[in-house]
Design a protein around this ligand. Structure first.
Ligand SMILES: Cc1cc2nc3c(=O)[nH]c(=O)nc-3n(C[C@H](O)[C@H](O)[C@H](O)COP(=O)(O)OP(=O)(O)OC[C@H]3O[C@@H](n4cnc5c(N)ncnc54)[C@H](O)[C@@H]3O)c2cc1C
Length: 316
């Protein structure tokens, strides 16, 4: 079976959930090899093997991770040329998409981004994307070079499958061009105690209907272990941080469960959440457009419905 390279998404060595998801996806059409760039591979390697990594290529040389994304594309290009993998899977976040684009040019390969599912196909992996603000679902495959696929979080439920986890420290030489920009300082985001919005399995979002009081939204989210999102109307009003905005000009989320509370369901909001697996809305207007796309809708006041839902979940 051919290797599938999986670029591991991590924060200072702490492996993020999408890495386990991508290792699970990679096993559908090859043998996953994790590519870990940065410090901390030693501590991450057992977890990566648990999710099926047969090999772990580690690059701990600081020149690989102190210079934004260009060195990472060079390292992957080197691995593609040496290993001739069946595909390269990269997290579909802003850094990952830039790495994918640079890698595609270097290896003269096709690139598919914002992928929500990948399955084995007759002659290479077949990807599924949602396009034009979620109006179409498109299946595609790469027809030239090595398929380079940027996979969105929550594309698969992570499944454990013991891999050999053979560890190899790579020595790489990074070009001077790739070192043109250097990270001079970085500060971890203040921990909110909630999962990252784009990676969370459950997202509870509030809109203008909260009137600026997000407490029922937050309490319900915490009961479910969910991330909190917001509509643009709510963030523009200064009720919630811009980093929590879901939608066309905010974050794209695709959780297992999305709860929209006091959100009308404008097309620009839908663009960021309508690929969620199950959608629930609470809105006091039964004509609100959000009800057109929900799996389960509650017509009611969120200040009554969410506390009741919180109590019901706590009672389980
Ligand atoms: C270029 C462009 C980009 C945009 N990008 C985004 C984007 O990324 N994300 C985004 O969200 N929007 C975006 N918008 C804005 C979008 O068009 C809407 O204006 C916005 O989504 C509305 O937010 P809302 O649903 O919270 O507010 P509203 O549309 O005002 O809806 C509030 C809803 O709350 C309900 N409600 C009120 N009180 C209660 C209550 N007590 N209990 C239950 N329900 C209640 C009302 O019935 C109503 O349906 C964009 C717009 C443009 C032009």
């Amino acid at each position: 079976m051919a290797e599938v390279l999986v670029l591991v998404d991590h924060a200072s060595g702490a492996v993020k959930k999408p890495a386990a998801e991508m290792l699970t996806v990679a096993r559908r059409f090859g043998e996953p090899s994790a590519v870990f760039i940065g410090p901390g591979a030693d501590t991450a390697k057992d977890l990566l093997a648990r999710y099926g990594a047969e090999k772990i290529y580690s690059v701990s040389d600081s020149s690989a991770w102190e210079h934004l994304v260009a060195p990472q594309a060079e390292i992957l290009a080197q691995l593609v040329s040496e290993k001739q993998p069946a595909a390269v899977l990269i997290p579909s976040n802003s850094a990952g998409k830039e790495i994918g684009a640079r890698l595609a040019i270097k290896t003269e390969s096709g690139l598919i981004t914002d992928v929500e599912d990948v399955q084995a196909g007759g002659d290479g992996p077949v990807t599924t994307q949602s396009v034009f603000a979620g109006s179409y679902t498109v299946d595609s495959k790469v027809t030239k070079g090595t398929p380079i696929i940027c996979v969105k979080p929550n594309s698969a439920a992570p499944e454990q499958a013991a891999g050999a986890g053979a560890f190899e420290e790579l020595s790489v030489s990074i070009s001077e061009d790739a070192k043109a920009a250097k990270i001079t300082a970085s500060e971890p985001k203040k921990a909110s105690g909630r999962p990252e919005l784009t990676e969370a399995a459950i997202v509870v979002s509030g809109g203008r209907g909260t009137g600026g009081d997000f407490s029922p939204v937050e309490t319900f989210a915490d009961t479910l272990g969910a991330a909190v999102g917001a509509s643009r109307a709510a963030v523009d009003a200064g009720w919630y941080p811009h980093s929590s905005q879901v939608g066309q000009t905010g974050k794209q989320v695709s959780p297992q469960l999305y709860v929209a509370a006091g959100i009308s369901g404008a097309i620009q909001h839908r663009a960021g959440m309508q690929t969620s697996k199950t959608i629930v809305a609470v809105n006091k207007d039964e004509e609100a457009p959000i009800f057109e796309l929900v799996d389960f809708g509650v017509v009611g006041d969120l200040f009554q419905v969410l506390p009741q839902a919180t109590e019901a979940v706590k009672g389980k």
